[in-house]
Design a protein around this ligand. Structure first.
Ligand SMILES: [Fe+2]
Ligand SMILES: [Fe+2]
Length: 175
């Protein structure tokens, strides 16, 4: 848990470089880019790191759809929208998940409002952002494969998961 809290704090100093921008532009369509830039800056940094690591991991495998892998990596957390969850509330969700995981998951509710509603919203995003990301991707007409992999990125690994999904999860765990 300390690691997660440190991650949240380290993310405050996150930066995006010119090369990162070129990378995003190379792989994502213009409507996908709008979702990408709609994330919090720390989440933009996170998904870029996930994409770079996934590319590195992919070198050890054959028959990988690199384009699919990178697009899924860059888009997997688009449900975490800029200004939606404060850093403080993010820390609260990490603590809640650590000490009361089941309760935290049930208590989460979509929708911001007063202080309490914002914390419940933070818990909802923490546990259900994969679903929200995939819904947003569906709305802009992203490819069904991208939508599927993004929706499953926090699911328990299953036997016939595509290799791209396995690498996405592995890389996400490293960041
Ligand atoms: Fe995620
Ligand atoms: Fe992630």
């Amino acid at each position: 848990m300390v690691k997660r809290v440190k991650q949240v704090i380290a993310a405050l100093t996150a930066k995006i470089t010119h090369d990162d921008r070129l990378f995003v532009n190379r792989y994502l369509t213009s409507s996908e880019q709008i979702l990408f830039w709609g994330m919090n800056l720390p989440d933009q940094r996170h998904v870029l790191n996930v994409a770079y690591t996934a590319l590195r991991l992919a070198k050890a495998h054959k028959n990988i759809d690199i384009n699919l892998l990178v697009r899924c990596a860059l888009l997997h957390d688009v449900g975490k929208i800029k200004g939606d969850v404060s850093t403080m509330d993010k820390i609260i969700t990490v603590i809640g998940h650590r000490f009361a995981p089941r309760w935290s998951k049930k208590w989460g509710r979509l929708g911001r409002g007063n202080r309490l509603m914002n914390i419940r919203h933070a818990f909802y995003i923490y546990f259900y952002h994969a679903h929200r990301s995939s819904t947003m991707l569906k709305a802009i007409g992203a490819s069904p494969k991208v939508i599927e992999l993004v929706a499953k990125h926090h699911e328990t690994p299953a036997e016939h998961d595509p290799l791209e999904l396995m690498l996405l999860r592995k890389s996400d765990d490293l960041h």
